[in-house]
Write a protein that binds this ligand. Structure first.
Ligand SMILES: NC(=O)c1ccc[n+]([C@@H]2O[C@H](COP(=O)([O-])OP(=O)(O)OC[C@H]3O[C@@H](n4cnc5c(N)ncnc54)[C@H](O)[C@@H]3O)[C@@H](O)[C@H]2O)c1
Length: 470
């Protein structure tokens, strides 16, 4: 009996430790989410919402990290007018050489090379003839490189995910706020043709009020596992639970919901499966720390509720044999859109004028609009960015063109002294799922508060808009 009592008391104590407060209502219990500290903004520092910086006529770039991803960026920049590739850095000299060849083939002079030393990238950041440092290394180097580059007076663009922990996120925010330098996460999927067209439709009210959004990163990485430098990606999966690669699905979802432009992420809960394929991959490719059980669940789901009562569901699976999917699905009060496995729209008939979009039939409850209507909608709502760049983007390429559009927009905004399409708070929000999800999972999928990374500024701007020169 005493043993049973002790067990009950221990369970109750654990429940309280994770911050659960049963409500007084008999009908329903509500639980307060686990609180996550928001560090006070250092004195003398202001937010960087809609940050502008002086116009840069020629954007001079230094690249760090030239493995599988980096060279594509170097190549894309050879197609962007008003840029100059000043310096290239990678630990491995041959990787730098390959990128020098890209420059030569494009008829450009060789760049200054930094290589062979773990810290050589710091010398690149210290140069006084660079405006932008573009980082495409493994995840553990991202934040420290971005912080150092901003401290050296450079704008930074960092591959996804740009930060892996809340400490890294806050350090990037504080550095951007203090130095007034742009810190953009290189999230390319927000420029994909279906995503950006659908965002335009949503912004013009076609779906009514967007209530629920889904995104995912479902990508069997089998063909890549053996090729990452130092096996960094599998090592990270081995060490951490939570959605550690959320941004491709989460970024477009947040843009649809105007996150920190009138709404904010408030609470999340996460759940994962056991690690089933992970340990098999660890045996096949090896991991740095084989004394721990493989941590990342094969499939991780995170659900987030926003201040305005919207919901988001994000999934991650990079290990099992499923067709690639970023999901990209939205439900609104007047319509629905879905990208994977088939692109489709479903709209209340009154949303579209018959003369604008032909044969917009009154749908039954099982159907989406016809292919003909879908094409007419996508043509009518083609985003101005795509109207301007689609042709050249498809020629230059990079995931079908969206990578080029991302780089082009970054340079366009720097040329014109405009706020970038994605700011450091987007970076923070889209990266926070890793640590916050882990906290939730490790506490029995308890709700966890999402910090307001803007520290009070999330409602200053109403609605997400791309900046253009007037
Ligand atoms: N947005 C996308 O669609 C997309 C696609 C692929 C990869 N990525 C991201 O790009 C980044 C790079 O991925 P990858 O596939 O190219 O990995 P990779 O392992 O092929 O390349 C990483 C490179 O970083 C270099 N590096 C490591 N430490 C360094 C240091 N101290 N100084 C200089 N160089 C250093 C390595 O030598 C290597 O060449 C990752 O963040 C990944 O998530 C994004």
């Amino acid at each position: 009996m005493r043993k049973l009592l002790l067990q009950i008391m221990t369970s109750l104590a654990l429940v309280c430790m994770v911050g659960c407060t049963p409500s007084t209502s008999n009908e329903q219990q509500s639980y307060a989410p686990i609180k996550v500290e928001v560090p006070e903004r250092p004195a003398g520092q202001e937010d960087v919402i809609q940050l502008t910086a002086p116009k840069i006529e020629t954007v001079r770039v230094g690249f760090i990290g030239l493995g599988m991803r980096g060279p594509g960026a170097v190549s894309r920049f050879t197609h962007i007018p008003g840029t100059q590739i000043v310096a290239l850095c990678d630990l491995i000299p041959e990787n730098v050489e390959k990128c020098q060849d890209i420059l030569t083939k494009a008829g450009l002079p060789k760049a200054e090379a930094y290589t062979g030393d773990e810290e050589a990238w710091k010398q690149l950041c210290q140069r006084d003839d660079i405006d932008l440092v573009y980082i495409a290394t493994d995840w553990k180097h991202h934040a420290q490189m971005g912080i150092y580059a901003m401290e050296q007076g450079k704008h930074v663009a960092i591959e996804v995910p740009s930060a892996m922990t809340l400490d890294e996120i806050w350090a990037l925010i504080n550095t951007s706020e203090r130095t007034r330098k742009h810190c953009m996460q290189l999230e390319n999927c927000v420029y994909d043709f279906f995503e950006l067209t659908t965002l335009n439709m949503a912004q013009q009210g076609l779906f009514g009020e967007v209530l629920h959004v889904e995104g995912s990163y479902i990508h069997n990485l089998e063909e890549f596992w053996g090729d990452y430098w130092n096996n960094w990606r599998l090592d990270y999966n081995n060490e951490f639970r939570g959605d550690i690669y959320a941004t491709h699905g989460f970024g477009p979802a947040c843009q649809l919901l105007d996150i920190h432009r009138g709404d904010r992420l408030k609470t999340l809960v996460a759940m994962d499966t056991k690690s089933a394929s992970g340990p098999i991959l660890a045996k096949k490719y090896g991991v740095a720390n084989d004394s721990i059980n493989f941590q990342n669940g094969d499939h991780t789901m995170t659900m987030i509720r926003t201040e305005n009562g919207k919901t988001i569901q994000i999934q991650h699976d990079v290990m099992n044999p499923r067709p690639y999917s970023r999901m990209y699905q939205l439900t609104g009060t007047a319509g629905f859109a879905n990208k994977y496995p088939v692109e489709q729209y479903c709209l209340r008939p009154e949303q579209v004028k018959a003369d604008e979009v032909p044969n917009h039939e009154n749908l039954n409850m099982h159907g989406a609009v016809s292919q003909e209507v879908k094409e007419a909608l996508m043509k009518k709502y083609k985003h101005p960015i795509h109207q301007e760049l689609e042709e050249v983007a498809k020629k230059v390429g990079g995931h079908g063109g969206m990578d080029f559009i991302m780089d082009y927009r970054l340079v366009y905004c720097l040329h014109n002294g405009l706020p970038l399409d994605m700011d450091v708070y987007d970076l923070a929000e889209w990266c926070c799922l890793a640590e916050l999800g882990r906290i939730s999972i490790e506490n029995g999928s308890a709700p966890v508060e999402v910090p307001d990374f803007t520290r009070g500024g999330w409602n200053k701007v109403k609605g997400y808009r791309h900046a253009y020169v007037k």
